[in-house]
Design a protein around this ligand. Structure first.
Ligand code: EPZ
Length: 431
């Protein structure tokens, strides 16, 4: 199994180009099948989740032409099946976006139910509530969601919880429903706005994305488009925390600074220097960084997808910090791994971590429990003394493009290895 091996101690220094947003691209790829005309999507992140989504689109009969790693042309005219195979849902939860897209266009969809995952149970009850409000009959049978409608008719949907997935999924189905749909208490994340903008570029009539209420006037059909995905807020934030944790000086480029405001604010609070320009943010770590508290919230609050990365950064800050995870019920599993590196973190009541800062972490063999925690453990390894090996890096490769290469360009001593022999070669090389 591939691993990341690294020798910590080098401050990360330099510029890194941020890829397109995975969580925007997943919704955009699903929505791209809602027209029979060509759709050209640029600035796709070249990560496993995207590649699996493209496989699923091809599997139901759409033409997928990968022009280069970051660009794809899709034509869904040839779709002959509205059933998504189990295999794809097992490999990527965002397959549930096909329910909204297929239901919107074909008034029919059969998609496996997503399982829970390593950060919580993650039900999709709100998605199904929205589809039913639009007039679809939705049944759960043999582990799959079957949704069918004679007609989809605009409705007024109130989301009991703010949900990125439910917001995007219902928005897609409503785009081709008859009449007006109002969705209240929606998610306002940048990637939700990006999917709304993408649908509007196809001729949809969606207003209010980024606010608490989205209004959609259904149209009869959607046309082809060319669209570039926004930069990835979480990849950028991950490199910003890596700069702080290694006391480096890193500029993340091709970003939208406004999307990073909550992360910049927290890094300033602990003593980092953060300099924003039009499409870049520079983070300069300081030898003495001090405690703060973090409470993950829906956008524009501090992102839950940045919780492991800021926790690792606070593990090396003076004083006691408190990180509260308000979105998912089980997103501190990585803390045991961090403790193996000398981190002093105590999780109480399941979603509050009390972090006692230490002067240094020491390298260890650890395993990535999920995508963002895996990236955080790499940050810990780069800040630690000695060698760290991170196992189960396929989680990290789902959402970070060429992660180890981008880090190495910033001065990190890190490589992807596939055997003990390669690991030994790395250790001989770096000494
Ligand atoms: C999206 O997941 C992201 N994934 C997640 O990123 C991210 O952590 C999450 O939004 C929150 O920002 C993608 O966009 C592919 P939610 P999603 O619906 O849509 C509960 C990553 O690291 N809920 O906003 O599944 C749910 O259990 C991933 O890239 C319901 O109760 O998240 C959670 O507690 C990890 N019923 C809360 O809402 C529902 O029907 C927020 O979940 C839906 C959600």
């Amino acid at each position: 199994m591939e691993q990341f091996i690294m020798k910590g101690g080098n401050p990360l220094v330099g510029d890194v180009a941020i890829s397109g947003a995975k969580n925007a691209a997943l919704g955009i790829l699903a929505a791209s099948i809602m027209t029979d005309e060509d759709v050209l999507i640029e600035n796709l992140p070249d990560v496993n989740d995207i590649n699996v989504m493209l496989e699923a689109i091809q599997a139901i009969g759409a033409a997928v032409n990968r022009i280069d790693r970051h660009t794809v042309r899709i034509n869904a005219e040839g779709i002959s099946d509205v059933t998504i195979e189990d295999e794809y849902m097992r490999r990527i939860r965002a397959s549930y976006y096909f329910i909204g897209a297929l239901l919107g266009k074909y008034k029919s969809a059969r998609v496996p139910l997503p399982g829970g995952c390593n950060i919580g149970s993650r039900p999709i009850d709100l998605h199904l509530k929205g589809f039913r409000a639009l007039g679809a009959r939705v049944d759960i049978e043999r582990g799959a969601v079957s949704a069918h409608a004679i007609d989809l008719v605009g409705s007024h949907v109130y989301l009991d919880k703010v949900s990125v997935g439910a917001t995007i999924n219902i928005m897609m189905a409503a785009a081709l429903a008859e009449g007006q749909t109002i969705i209240e208490n929606v998610a306002k994340e940048p990637h939700v706005v990006d999917v709304a903008n993408f649908l509007n570029s196809m001729g949809a009539d969606i207003r209010g994305a980024g606010t608490d209420v989205i209004r959609i006037r259904g149209v009869r059909r959607l046309h082809g488009t060319e669209y570039a995905v926004i930069p990835d807020q979480i990849e950028a934030g991950t490199f910003m925390c890596a700069a702080a944790a290694t006391r480096g000086d890193v500029t993340v480029r091709n970003v939208i600074p406004k999307h990073l405001e909550s992360i910049s604010a927290k890094l300033k609070e602990i003593g980092c220097e953060v300099v924003e320009s039009d499409d870049a943010v520079r983070v300069i770590g300081k030898s003495r960084q001090t405690r703060t508290n973090v409470n993950t919230q829906v956008y524009p609050g501090f992102p839950t997808d940045m919780q492991p990365q800021i926790t690792v950064t606070l593990a090396l800050a003076e004083g006691t910090s408190i990180v509260t995870e308000s979105i998912f019920e089980n997103r501190f599993k990585y803390v045991d791994e961090l403790s193996r590196m000398g981190g002093v973190v105590k999780v109480v009541e399941g979603n509050v971590a009390i972090i006692t800062g230490v002067d240094k972490l020491s390298g260890a063999q650890v395993a990535a429990p999920d995508l963002r925690a895996g990236a955080a453990l790499v940050i810990a390894g780069l800040a630690a003394e000695g060698y760290t090996v991170v196992d189960d890096i396929e989680y990290i490769q789902r959402g970070y493009e060429r992660f180890e290469e981008k880090l190495a360009c910033l001065g990190a001593m890190i490589e992807k290895v596939d055997s003990e022999k390669e690991a030994r070669k790395f250790q001989l090389k770096v000494g």
